[in-house]
Design a protein around this ligand. Structure first.
Ligand SMILES: Nc1ncnc2c1ncn2[C@@H]1O[C@H](COP(=O)(O)OP(=O)(O)O)[C@@H](O)[C@H]1O
Ligand SMILES: [Mg+2]
Length: 397
């Protein structure tokens, strides 16, 4: 029996709402032609009457669409449908950093890894000549596979689009904004590094550096200019000194005193974290998300899953498993042959005492079994699946 026909928007089948902002809603949908989940971000009809807002929305799509990077949400399409505008983008199945921060403390290592991935994303955004201007936890998506992606180019600016800069007037989220952005001055890439510093500080300590009750923007700016914020290690002593220094250098009031570029910040984070690849970071972040139950565990994923064994080692383990099985088969065949040709009998006849004969047979059998057990142990220490595959085989005489 089929249910009611799904609501469609421009050919996409809408499943449910997953987010709601000031300008519209964010919908989870399916693209039937490619049988994939996508996200439709809409601009509300009221907003669609304002040409400036429509222009800004289109610019959001263009800005996000011009960056192709694994740490930036990919935009597939931008279209109008029944008087509303939509951006179609990749669906990041997981959670966002704001939701994660609301539910758990983030240990310094994971905070550093997430910051490194964000810096790599920012590097690509800046290389495309774009300043994001709204980096904050709600705009950081964490995939259940451990992917870290920058979303929401709603107020991003590219080099050729100065018209939307309103001098003396700022848009964005005050607690994450650089003083130059709060003043409504010209911003550059280093403004995003300030926001990244706020996000890193909040991940490490559980709160943003400049207090929540600083609603008056000039109060906030004064605090930033006076660098009045608790040292990260005063709030969370387990934050490594190096990571604390990296974060606070992002928070300098003067842009020229911060890291000079996302590349410089990335290099500092990589030095501190031991240059993990994005693949390794994915693994660590995915495990952390599952352990903290920030994403539900599905299928064969388990919370207590051991660190992933690299593919090359798994292949080696599988080969070793086959080798062990082949060894055992050959050993049994050899033993059978010895018996069949009476070789063993004749050898045993040389031993006059019956008890000594029995001991010799047992010793030979034990030697064979031990050799096999050692092979199996070596294999199972590399891959537990091999152990379970081999367990029906005898290990004791
Ligand atoms: N591509 C996506 N995949 C999964 N969730 C998303 C995606 N885009 C947005 N979201 C969710 O919707 C929320 C709002 O989306 P965002 O693009 O930030 O819109 P807004 O401009 O309204 O802030 C995000 O905080 C996130 O929780
Ligand atoms: Mg947002």
């Amino acid at each position: 029996m089929s249910g009611p026909a799904p609501k469609t928007i421009g050919g996409y089948e809408v499943e449910r709402e997953i987010g709601r902002g000031g300008m519209g809603v964010v919908l989870l949908a399916r693209q039937p032609a490619l049988d994939r989940a996508v996200v439709l971000k809409s601009l509300r009809r009221e907003c669609a009457d304002d040409p400036r807002l429509v222009a800004r929305f289109e610019r959001e799509a263009q800005a996000a669409g011009s960056v192709r990077h694994q740490n930036v949400v990919a935009v597939h399409d931008c279209f109008g449908w029944r008087g509303c505008s939509y951006i179609c983008q990749e669906y990041v199945d997981g959670t966002d950093l704001a939701a994660a921060l609301g539910r758990t403390r983030i240990e310094a290592r994971i905070a550093g890894l997430i910051a490194l991935e964000l810096t790599r994303g920012l590097e690509a955004i800046h290389a495309a000549g774009i300043v994001h201007r709204d980096l904050k936890p709600a705009n950081v998506l964490l995939g259940r596979d451990g992917a870290v992606k920058i979303a929401d180019f709603g107020i991003a600016l590219d080099d050729s689009a100065r018209a939307l800069t309103q001098t003396g007037h700022s848009i964005g989220t005050p607690h994450y904004m650089s003083p130059e952005q709060l003043y409504g001055e010209r911003v550059d890439a280093r403004s995003d590094l300030f926001a990244l510093g706020v996000v890193l500080y909040e991940m490490c300590t559980g709160m943003p550096p400049f207090e929540e009750d600083d609603e008056a923007e000039d109060g906030l700016i004064r605090r930033i200019e006076a660098q009045r914020f608790p040292a990260p290690r005063a709030l969370e002593p387990r934050v490594p000194r190096a990571l604390s220094r990296i974060a606070t250098r992002c928070l300098r009031a003067k842009a020229r005193q911060r890291w000079e570029s996302a590349a410089a910040l990335r290099a500092a984070l990589e030095r501190h974290l031991g240059s993990p690849t994005s693949l390794e970071i994915r693994g660590e972040v995915a495990r952390w998300l599952r352990e903290r139950e920030l994403v539900e565990v599905r299928d064969r994923e388990t919370v207590a899953a051991k660190p992933a064994v690299p593919v090359a080692r798994r292949r080696y383990a599988a080969r070793l498993g086959w080798a062990a099985a082949a060894f055992l088969t050959l050993a049994i065949a050899a033993l059978g042959w010895l018996f069949a040709t009476d070789t063993l009998d004749r050898a045993l006849e040389q031993i006059p005492d019956a008890a000594a004969r029995t001991a010799a047979i047992q010793a030979s059998s034990t030697r064979l079994t031990r050799a096999f057990s050692e092979e199996a142990a070596a294999v199972s220490s590399v891959d537990p699946n091999v152990e379970s595959a081999l367990s029906p085989l005898p290990t004791q005489p």
